[in-house]
Design a protein around this ligand. Structure first.
Ligand code: FES
Length: 386
């Protein structure tokens, strides 16, 4: 019996040169994704996480993190239902005793059948893990496709001096609505009432349209692939008018305070936004929209600041807790989260991708969709979940 397709085939016929993006409802396989902060996984501890529709077990052994599919080879049950770890580098299935080695996934033993011909010959799928900037990244893909992490993070993220702090939470929308919400040039309209907008020193227009030359695709062979949008080449609108009457008043332009025109945004595969000079000059926001399943993503919000001394690090950590987390990641971004969640139903059955009516500034979103379709290294399918 053939499998029900993940995406409506009629929709796929209609979307043209970004078809691969619409197909990637569960995300792109063969990329690195941040899944937790390093501080959340202590030595010997076990974490159950989801990624691109797969359930994984993470364990830290002798300081190194390993990721293994959370599904017993014998009868398919989740090992996490009752984790039996009798030695530091193995997990034994609670049902019939199949025992797996975390480092390789190898079936090392069946406790009640120690001479089984299967021992040493079968493996659970494992995935490479790396830690960088306080985050645990998992390469969800095939062994022969592993790429350096530097190809899957925005430029600057791995800079030696960059100190990164952040948080994560689950958002009830597909990962692509996260990417598009962040990169959407018009979406700042929803931030007009944010406390951060008044708190920060920039003025925010109610919207802006990219002018020719604002949008650039970055597609160098050995680097990350993304789309950059330069706000200094935008036409901003400060006040909203209906029938000649101003109904939404943007802050008066004050050149001394600077504007959002000094901010550049970019979106990178496999779904990570970089916002420069935000929430203030000297800080960059990097945020990932990590696919969990068809209707949820892990929103990994981080801020990075170059720090070279202990004093600078301590000052940034303090400001992060007192300013940027409550006003920015919690306050300002709360608008983005609910916007994504209420957009989701329109795209649930895939027809949203062809029924939407985009306008001129949405050209940035279309560039991103095309680039993602060109450079995504593999589409996660229902077959991959088997
Ligand atoms: Fe896991 Fe039988 S289902 S050992």
């Amino acid at each position: 019996m053939s499998e029900e397709p993940l995406v409506n085939p009629e929709v796929l016929e209609m979307v043209g040169d970004w078809r691969g993006y619409v197909e990637a409802k569960l995300g792109f396989r063969n990329h690195w994704y941040p899944i937790r902060f390093s501080s959340e996984l202590n030595e010997g501890a076990l974490l159950v996480v989801e990624l691109l529709g797969e359930k994984l077990l993470l364990k830290r052994i002798d300081g190194k993190v390993y990721a293994m599919r959370d599904r017993c080879l014998h009868r398919g049950v989740p090992l996490s239902r009752k984790p039996d770890c009798y030695t530091k580098d193995t997990i034994t299935c609670w049902y019939h005793g199949y025992t797996y080695r975390f480092q390789t996934g190898e079936l090392a033993n069946i406790l009640a059948v120690p001479d089984s011909r299967l021992c040493g010959r079968r493996k659970i799928q494992t995935y490479p893990c790396e830690e960088a900037k306080g985050l645990i990244f998992v390469f969800l893909g095939d062994e022969h496709e592993v790429h350096p992490l530097s190809k899957d993070v925005p430029p600057g993220f791995l800079d030696e001096d960059l100190m990164v702090l952040g948080k994560h939470r689950v958002v009830d929308s597909n990962w692509r609505l996260g990417c598009e919400n962040g990169f959407d040039a018009l979406h700042i309209f929803i931030h007009k009432d944010s406390t951060l907008r008044h708190f920060r020193e920039f003025n925010f227009p109610i919207g802006h349209t990219p002018l020719p030359g604002a949008v650039t695709c970055i597609e160098e062979e050995d680097g990350p692939k993304g789309v950059e949008d330069d706000f200094s080449k935008h036409h901003p609108i400060w006040d909203g008018e209906i029938d000649g009457q101003i109904v939404v008043k943007g802050p008066k332009f004050d050149p001394k305070k600077g504007t959002s025109a000094s901010i550049g945004t970019s979106i990178w595969l496999p779904g990570v936004l970089k916002v420069e000079s935000f929430p203030v000059p000297g800080i960059t926001q990097f945020e990932w929209y990590v696919p969990l399943d068809e209707g949820r993503h892990l929103y990994v919000q981080t801020l990075g600041q170059a720090c070279t001394t202990d004093e600078e690090r301590s000052d940034f950590a303090n400001k992060f807790e007192t300013h940027w987390k409550p006003h920015g990641l919690d306050g300002f971004n709360a608008d983005d989260i609910w916007a994504r969640e209420v957009t989701q139903p329109f795209y649930d059955d895939d027809y949203g991708w062809v029924d939407e009516m985009l306008c001129e500034p949405d050209s940035t979103i279309l560039e991103w969709r095309r680039l993602a379709a060109r450079h995504g290294r593999g589409i996660q399918t229902k077959k991959d979940l088997r």
